[in-house]
Every structure is written in structure tokens, then in C-alpha cells.
Design a protein around this ligand. Structure first.
Ligand SMILES: NC(=O)c1ccc[n+]([C@@H]2O[C@H](COP(=O)([O-])OP(=O)(O)OC[C@H]3O[C@@H](n4cnc5c(N)ncnc54)[C@H](OP(=O)(O)O)[C@@H]3O)[C@@H](O)[C@H]2O)c1
Length: 236
């Protein structure tokens, strides 16, 4: 249940930072791992950091003194039970910001009510097909940034006909359209690519704007019914 979220650590300069900072942070962080060294498995992170946050074992193995953003990966066992440990990790300076992932609106409210530090971020599956409008609204009310994972639908939505049509109309790529849509909804977007040219492409989203018509067409792709839930099915 507890895990260091690799993506967030690599991609997020600040928990609620802007999107440009998230990409810069990735470039800075990756070389800090020793050559040939693999990121630590989640189970080890859990043991070192959550049960004994002061040991800093996971940070040493990551080659970091501090994690930018440390997330509860999902709310198995209840949304609140682990939060005191997260607050402790931040208090010790091991994490600059702490947050949650895959929390629905009710779970988010529960963890805020139980803790002294509210989550900076709720990282959830969010893209035009999963436009969780009520969850986004709830996060806004609680002042929790929504970080969209799988903003490209794990690559599937770059071929969507609506997305492709808007990309042609705007003279941008489908991936840029999807990411820009997220930005214009106030999201922090966490896209992933193993290709340098695509990483560069995905960062070029601050010099154009989608029209209200473009946004409405993309919004209409939603299949969640504007839910306040974080997931359609749980995997724990
Ligand atoms: N918190 C959670 O529970 C949770 C759950 C799922 C995922 N995540 C995280 O969220 C991050 C992103 O999610 P994701 O990997 O599912 O999906 P994504 O970012 O939506 O899509 C990644 C896929 O899109 C392709 N892609 C990237 N840029 C592209 C471009 N410009 N044009 C065409 N294709 C492009 C990539 O292929 P190439 O690599 O070949 O370029 C890859 O297959 C991941 O790092 C993951 O760790 C978090």
C-alpha cells in the first residue's frame, strides 16, 4: 500500500508546482541515481521509510536527501491510517510535500479531517475519457492539487478521432492537445515517455490555447459521468 511513487518523484519539482517545473525536476533527478542502479523496490521503501522514517535508507538508495513529493499510493485499509507516518516523514525533512493518490472525494475529506497537514496533491487517473468533474471540484474546495496520471490514456488516446481532429485544427500534436486540455482544467499533468523527442514535444504546451469549442469537444469524451470517484474499479 505504501509506496514511493517513482513518477511523482521524478517528474515533480514541487508538489503543486507548475508543469514546466515538473519536467525540469525530472532532468535533475534522474542522474542522481548511480549508474546501473535501479530505483528501490516499493516493498523496501515501505520498510525503510514508513516504519522507520528516520533511517533514510530509501533516500540513500535513491541518491537523494529529500523526496519532493511522497504519496500514499492508494487508500487500502482506509484513507487515514497511514497519514500520521506521512506527516512524520515531512516533519523530519525527508519529503518536501506529502500527498495521496487514487483517493475519492470522501476519502480525501476523511484524511484532511484526521490530519494536521492536508495532502498537497491527489494523483488520479484523469484525461478526457476520465474527466472526474466532481472529484476535481472537491479537490478545488479542499485546496488539493489534482495531478493527472495517464493523461494520454497510457498512449491510447493519441489516436482518438476527436483528439486527432483538434490537433489538426490547432496545428499541434494529439499528445500536446491532451496535455494542454489538462493544463486548462488546472491539472498538474504527469505524462511518461521513453523517447527524448516525445518528452520534448510533451513539454511544448505553454505556447498555445485550446478554444472553448475544443475544450467542450474533449470534455464530451468523458465516460465517468463526472464522478467524484478516483477509480472505476479498485485493484487492491
Ligand atoms: N498513482 C498511480 O496509481 C498511477 C497509476 C498509473 C500510472 N501512474 C503514473 O503515471 C505516469 C503516466 O501514466 P501512463 O504511463 O499510464 O500514461 P501516459 O503518460 O498517459 O502515456 C504513456 C504512453 O504514451 C506514449 N507517449 C508519450 N508521449 C507520447 C507522444 N508525444 N506521442 C505518442 N505517444 C506518446 C508513451 O510511449 P513511449 O514511452 O514509447 O514514448 C507511453 O506508452 C506513469 O509514469 C505512471 O507511473 C500512476
Amino acid at each position: 500500500m505504501w509506496s514511493w511513487c517513482k513518477t511523482s518523484t521524478e517528474y515533480s519539482g514541487r508538489a503543486v508546482g507548475n508543469e514546466a517545473e515538473t519536467l525540469t525536476a525530472r532532468a535533475v533527478r534522474i542522474p542522481l541515481l548511480q549508474e546501473g542502479e535501479k530505483p528501490t523496490p516499493r516493498s523496501s521503501i515501505r520498510g525503510a521509510t514508513i516504519r522507520s522514517p528516520g533511517r533514510e535508507d530509501s533516500l540513500r538508495r535513491l541518491g537523494l536527501k529529500q523526496i519532493d513529493l511522497y504519496l500514499v499510493h492508494w487508500p487500502e485499509g482506509g484513507p487515514t491510517w497511514a497519514w500520521a507516518g506521512m506527516e512524520r516523514a515531512q516533519e523530519l525533512g525527508l519529503a518536501r510535500s506529502i500527498g495521496v493518490s487514487n483517493y475519492d472525494a470522501t476519502e480525501l475529506e476523511a484524511v484532511i479531517a484526521a490530519g494536521t497537514v492536508p495532502p498537497a496533491v491527489n494523483q488520479v487517473l484523469f484525461n478526457p475519457e476520465h474527466r472526474r468533474r466532481a472529484l476535481l471540484d472537491a479537490c478545488g474546495r479542499f485546496d488539493v492539487a489534482v495531478e493527472a496520471y495517464s493523461p494520454l490514456g497510457t498512449g491510447r488516446y493519441v489516436d482518438d478521432t476527436t483528439v486527432v481532429r483538434i490537433a489538426r485544427r490547432t496545428g499541434r500534436t494529439p499528445a500536446q492537445v491532451l496535455l494542454r486540455w489538462g493544463l486548462q482544467h488546472g491539472l498538474v499533468v504527469v505524462a511518461k515517455s521513453t523517447h527524448r523527442d516525445r518528452i520534448h514535444e510533451n513539454a511544448q504546451i505553454h505556447d498555445f490555447t485550446l478554444s472553448a469549442e475544443d475544450m467542450a469537444e474533449l470534455d464530451a469524451l468523458d465516460r465517468t459521468g463526472g464522478t467524484d470517484r478516483a477509480l472505476e474499479t479498485t485493484w487492491w
